[in-house]
Structures are given as C-alpha cells and as structure tokens.
Design a protein around this ligand. Structure first.
Ligand code: GLY
Ligand code: MN
Ligand code: MN
Length: 441
C-alpha cells in the first residue's frame, strides 16, 4: 500500500484553502546530514515536506501560491536537475520533467534557480507561510528574500505584509490521520510487532544487547524498512536509563531486557516497547512490578476515547502505578497525596505517551486555549507507562533495585473506541513465557 499523487494533491488543496488568497507557502525538505569524511547519513525527507509532495529526494523546495482565490493555486517544485554523471555516481533523479510528470508540479525549476525565481513569486503576496525557526539557514534565506522584495518598493513592488507559521496549518492536518495513513501505520506496527516477537524468540543469556538489536533490524530490513528512532535494547539496570542506546552490554540470565524499537513504513512510524526475561521466566519481583505496569497500560489504553482529554490516559496510569507501588511497599502514604506531590516520579518520571505519525514524536498541539485537547477520530497516540527502580535507590529493599519495565503500544482514537495497532506482539506474562519456552524447545 502506497499513497498516490492524488492523495498528496488533496493535501495541497487543503493547505491552499487554509492559506487564504494571494498567499505563498515555501517549504524545504531536510538537509543531508553529514556523518564523517565522505560519508553522509542515509537521506530521509522531511515529514511535512513529504506529506505535501510525496517527493523523497534531497535538495528540494516546494512552493504553493494562491491567487485571488484559494481554489486556484500554483504548485512549484524546485529540485535537482537530471545529470548523467551525478546519477551514475549517486543514483536516480526525477529532474524537472519528472517533477511535472510524476509529481504533478504545475511548475518545476532547478534548485539552483531558487533565489532567482522565488523573488518573482514572493513579490506582492499578502501572506508568506513558512516553517519559522526550523533551520537558521532557511530563516536567513527568507529574510534575504524579503529584503530583496522590499528593495523593489520604488518600482511598486513589496514583500508580504504578514509572515506566518506554516506549521500551525500543516501540523494540525497531520495530527488527524486518514484511513490510508492508519493503514500504513498498521503495516509499520505489524512489522515492528514481528520484530519484537523474533527478539523474544531469539534472546539467550550472555547474548550482547547489540546482537538482539540485530534480530530486530533483520525483520525491519526484510520489509525494506528502517528504525523510526534509535533502538533501545537495555538489559537489567540499563532499562532504567530512559534513552539508553549504547546497546553494548551482555544480557544476563535473571535480568529483564527492555526493548523500545520499531520501524517506519512509507514514512509512517510505529513505536513499541516490550520488556521480558532474558532466560524466559519472570522472577517474583519482576512479575509483581510487571503486572502493575500492564494493568496501568490496559486502563490507559481504554482511556484513549473520543472526547476524553489528551492527558486522561496518563492520569489513569499514574493512579494505578502509584497504588501498585503502595501495595508493594515501595511508596508509603495516602494515594491521593502521593499523586498530588508527584511522589511517584521517583519510579515513573515520564509521560504516558505522545502523538505518533510520520515522526515518532509527531507534530500537533497537545493543548488548546490552555486546556488539554480532546481526542478526535483519527488521532494516534502511544501508551507507554513504566516503572524504573534505580539500581542505587537505597530507599527500597535491594530485591527491587535495577528493575526497569515499560510496555508501549500505538493506539488510534476511533468511533468504535481505542484501536491498538501493535497488538500482534504479546505482553501478558503467561503469553511471553509460553512464546519463549516454545522458541527454546
Ligand atoms: N521511542 C521513543 C518513545 O517511546 O518516546
Ligand atoms: Mn513512545
Ligand atoms: Mn518508544
């Protein structure tokens, strides 16, 4: 399943509608990121740029200009020209003709002509939309173009009188996913779930964390996918480091391993965490903590309902986690007071989720008019409660120290209730132990 040019065009139509007449929007893709001498990171187009164009090549800028009416707009694509020599070295380019024929641009130009051509387009527009503050170099370019446009005032020309944040429109569009977008996220989730299942099956005591990471990458790669963020594979107390990505320690029998890893498919991300025992069997302490996190997660998922406040799953999770910590003697005191004073943060120091989409921490505002906004049909959020008992936490019995657990799924708010995209990988203790036992036999 792939989006078509008609899908991208529809998005541009919707953007133009919201820009108002006599306006211009300018959006660039990501720059190529330098890795080290003569080696770049593999290019990945900017999400909002791709969202509007479907164009995945580097060095590209899209321009949308409305006329007296928003129904009549011009879409221009600035991109690399075709060049036989460069294409032999670095690969295929759509070029100017491809931009028009395959990507349905009304006008296409060599990216080298951007400075020259953009001025013509900018002159005498009322509003300029661009992504203010994304990249200092682009902010500087915009300032330069505005200055050049204003230099023509005596000829009766001028720059737009308003400069507006393009993200305000595009982020809101991206926040509500279409059925096709959900379908792509379902595919990403299925592949990521298969990768986690394989990790549970392949893990053995004394294996290195990076070797387990390689099992995930194998599944991603078999589907032509790459991770949507740096994979976390943390054995034992490494699970208590929230953004642990070194993944370079051995996995010990008796420890849990926390894997937070997932892939993106056709520019749409998934985001999954599972925590399971390296030797296939939870200890009583691991089990006790895990059951609390799992109960919190089920309840939080159930709170992803149209009309509920964005923060509701977090509040539900915090209540269950805090009660669980009291029951195990890890926290002492009154439930409401421990929540009020955020005493739980000793063991649960992050939020319960975030928007998910083309970016793993996806765009979209979380509040409107100072209040947490309500879930709407087609919003996708992660639900990822956890408990982390620091290895050096002397306030707790030593048997609890160094246990880190998180369980994360991806959930769509729908008219039929919460839809869990990542349900294909098990998370019940009995199911995990059974899967791991079968893999060993
Ligand atoms: N994997 C990043 C996160 O869970 O937020
Ligand atoms: Mn997440
Ligand atoms: Mn995650």
């Amino acid at each position: 399943m792939k989006l078509t040019q008609a899908d991208f065009e529809l998005r541009r139509d919707r953007l133009a509608q919201q820009m108002g007449p006599n306006s211009i929007a300018i959006i660039e893709t990501s720059p190529v990121a330098y890795r080290n001498r003569d080696a770049d990171y593999k290019f990945r187009a900017d999400s909002s740029f791709f969202y509007l164009t479907g164009f995945a090549e580097p060095e590209a800028v899209a321009v949308i200009e409305t006329t007296d009416t928003v129904d009549d707009y011009t879409y221009s694509l600035f991109c690399r020209e075709r060049n036989r020599e460069m294409e032999i070295w670095n690969g295929y380019r759509a070029g100017i003709d491809g931009a028009i024929e395959d990507f349905e641009a009304d006008e296409a130009y060599a990216i080298d002509l951007l400075d020259e051509e953009i001025l013509e387009k900018l002159l005498n527009k009322e509003r300029l939309y661009y992504r203010i503050g994304h990249r200092a170099e682009f902010d500087a370019k915009i300032s330069q173009w505005i200055k050049q446009a204003d230099a023509q005032q005596r000829r009766g020309n001028g720059s737009p009188s308003q400069v507006l944040q393009l993200d305000r429109i595009v982020d809101e569009m991206r926040l509500i996913k279409s059925d096709q977008e959900i379908e792509l996220m379902q595919i990403a989730s299925n592949i990521s779930a298969a990768a986690h299942t394989r990790a549970m099956q392949q893990v053995r005591p004394d294996m290195m964390e990076y070797a387990l990471e390689a099992e995930l990458n194998y599944v991603f790669g078999q589907h032509g996918c790459v991770p949507s963020y740096n994979s976390i594979v943390g054995g034992g107390e490494n699970a208590c480091i929230l953004h642990y990505v070194e993944n370079n320690k051995p996995l010990n029998s008796g420890d849990l391993v926390l894997i937070d890893a997932a892939c993106e498919y056709e520019f749409y991300a998934s985001d999954i965490t599972r925590t399971f025992p390296v030797n296939g069997k939870f200890s009583p302490e691991q089990k006790a903590l895990y059951e609390i996190v799992l109960a919190a997660q089920y309840a939080a998922i159930d709170a992803v309902r149209i009309g509920n406040a964005y923060r509701e799953p977090h509040e539900v999770a915090v209540r269950i986690l805090t009660q669980g910590l009291i029951d195990l003697g890890l926290l002492k005191g009154d439930l409401n007071e421990l929540i009020e004073t955020e005493a739980f943060r000793q063991f649960y120091m992050h939020g319960t989720g975030h928007w998910l989409g083309m970016d793993v921490h996806d765009v979209g505002s979380y509040k409107a008019d100072g209040e947490w906004r309500a879930y709407e049909d087609g919003m996708v959020v992660t639900v990822e409660p956890g408990l982390y008992i620091a290895p050096d936490d002397e306030s707790v019995d030593p048997k609890w120290r160094g246990i880190g657990i998180r369980i994360e799924d991806d959930v769509v708010a729908t008219q039929q209730g919460p839809l869990v995209l990542t349900k294909d990988v098990v998370k019940e203790i009995a199911d995990i132990e059974q899967l791991m036992a079968q893999a060993k036999s």
